[in-house]
Design a protein around this ligand. Structure first.
Ligand code: 4AD
Ligand code: MG
Length: 456
């Protein structure tokens, strides 16, 4: 169909021009003489006001129903109020009618209710804004790395190795539910690949393969985790941005992570002004100031040992105990970012026991050169480390964890043949979108969220 995007009509303000626009009716109101359709085609946050002269134009009443899809031909005129434009309709054609059972009506619907209709919730203001920001941020990710000479690589989704070693891989199989096998080994042997396979929890291990050939790479794809965490920040399927950089040590990769986060925030502020204003008014008061503050400040860096000291001295009732050697829980992350630093903070040098096998072991023998980037309101958004580049130390770390050495032969080869210091990180894309929009539940920043017991 020949038509013009509403975004273009609103932007160009070509008063006097005739156009055809298509979209869904958001609201309709009228008086004796005139009717007003608020029309949205989703191309812009703002809607187009369509003005109907009821005396001159007879239209199908179905065209005024909430959610109905219509095509409108008319003339662009200066808006009655403000400096925008509206459309004086000359013809309105019904494309698809929308009965009153349509759940998206004028009254406010909670995000929780909207979660039960993922196929329709995108037609609301909130989701229109979330997905505009998400799209702009995704483009900015590619721009950031491309401008700096990184290769964009695609790592396998089906894999035999559990990168994080946390046992959270979804299994994949083509065997029937009652396949006969005398042991787990036999079951795996009979399966499609002849060994155990699953969905990747991270593209890092393959990313390291590419980085030790091309120096600077990044991946941007889905990761899968079968964690049963029923929280507002965990999904079973999330999008993962993972750069890997050869010849980079921990401080170098920290610098890159901070620069990238700021680049993405700047892109969103510049390209989504209407959406950010909306979030600032209705979702997180002060969001714009928060983001500008982040752009203008240097992220804090705090050693894990120091963080434990701060948490021990805090006059807070934490649910989880604070002890050197224990993981920093969400409540602790919130305290550090919201009460102590009031900005993003890199916590560095965690005890090796609570981190993954591939992280570079520090000379103290107790900690690893890893860092998590914590942000106010969410907690961890980035997991990052320098990688162990020493063959023997890596073998020892794999053995200590009772992992199967054979599964990591290729990974170990990278340490045999021209090993180099290298580092990388993983940014959870949905968590980043939450951070820049103020949305509080990760299930509201992805199209069809998957979590334990939920696949709609
Ligand atoms: O900290 P994680 O587990 O680190 C890795 O996977 C490394 N291999 C990354 C790397 O160095 N290349 O995960 C990285 C980030 C987390 O900080 C978080 O933002 C996000 O991925 N993440 C999740 N997001 C949503 N739902 C989940 N279940 C997530 N698990 C991790
Ligand atoms: Mg992590």
């Amino acid at each position: 169909m020949k038509h013009t995007d509403i975004a273009k009509v609103l932007q160009d303000k070509a008063v006097g021009q005739s156009v055809t626009v298509c979209g869904w009716v958001r609201t309709y109101r009228d008086s004796a003489q005139v009717g007003f359709i608020e029309l949205s085609d989703g191309t812009s946050f703002a809607k187009l006001q369509v003005v109907l002269d009821k005396n001159a134009l007879k239209i199908d009443p179905e065209c005024t129903k909430n959610g109905a899809s219509v095509a409108v031909r008319g003339k662009i005129v200066k808006a009655y109020r403000g400096d925008g434009v509206e459309l004086n309709a000359e013809a309105v054609d019904l494309l698809g009618k929308c009965p009153p059972e349509y759940p998206i009506q004028k009254k406010r619907i909670t995000l929780e209710t909207l979660r039960t209709i993922p196929h329709l919730r995108l037609r609301t203001n909130t989701f229109n804004a979330v997905f505009k920001v998400r799209s702009v941020a995704a483009q900015a990710v590619h721009r950031y790395f491309h401008e700096r000479g990184y290769y964009y690589i695609n790592t396998p989704i089906i894999t035999a190795s559990d990168c994080e070693g946390a046992g959270e891989m979804f299994r994949i199989t083509t065997q029937s539910w009652n396949a006969k096998a005398g042991s787990e080994e036999e079951y795996d042997k009979n399966d499609f690949f002849g060994e155990k396979a699953g969905l990747s929890v991270s593209g890092q291990l393959e990313g390291e393969v590419a980085a030790t050939a091309f120096s600077k790479i990044y991946t941007f794809g889905p990761s899968f985790r079968a964690e049963k965490s029923n929280t507002t920040r965990h999904l079973s399927e999330f999008w993962h941005i993972e750069p890997e950089v050869a010849f980079a040590e921990l401080p170098d990769i920290i610098e890159i992570a901070e620069e990238m986060i700021k680049y993405l925030i700047r892109a969103v502020l510049e390209e989504c002004p209407d959406e950010i204003t909306f979030f600032d008014s209705f979702v997180e008061k002060g969001l714009k100031d928060k983001l500008n503050h982040v752009l203008n400040s240097q992220f804090a860096v705090c050693d894990y040992t120091e963080a434990i000291k701060i948490l021990k001295e805090a006059k807070e009732d934490f649910r989880y105990p604070v002890e050197w050697g224990a993981d920093i829980q969400t409540e602790h992350e919130k305290y550090l970012t919201e009460k102590v630093y009031k900005k993003p903070v890199f916590v560095t040098n965690y005890p090796k026991e609570i981190k993954s096998f591939y992280m570079k072991q520090n000379p103290d023998g107790k900690t690893v050169a890893a860092t998590d980037l914590l942000v106010p309101g969410i907690g961890e958004i980035i997991g990052c480390s320098e990688r162990e580049a020493d063959y023997d130390k890596l073998v020892a770390a794999i053995r200590e964890r009772g992992m199967n050495l054979d599964s990591y032969k290729q990974y170990l080869d990278l340490r045999l043949f021209g090993s180099v210091p290298h580092s990388g990180f993983g940014l959870g894309f949905e968590r980043f979108v939450m951070y820049v929009t103020g949305m509080e539940n990760i299930r509201d920043v992805t199209l069809f969220p998957r979590w334990v017991d939920n696949i709609m």
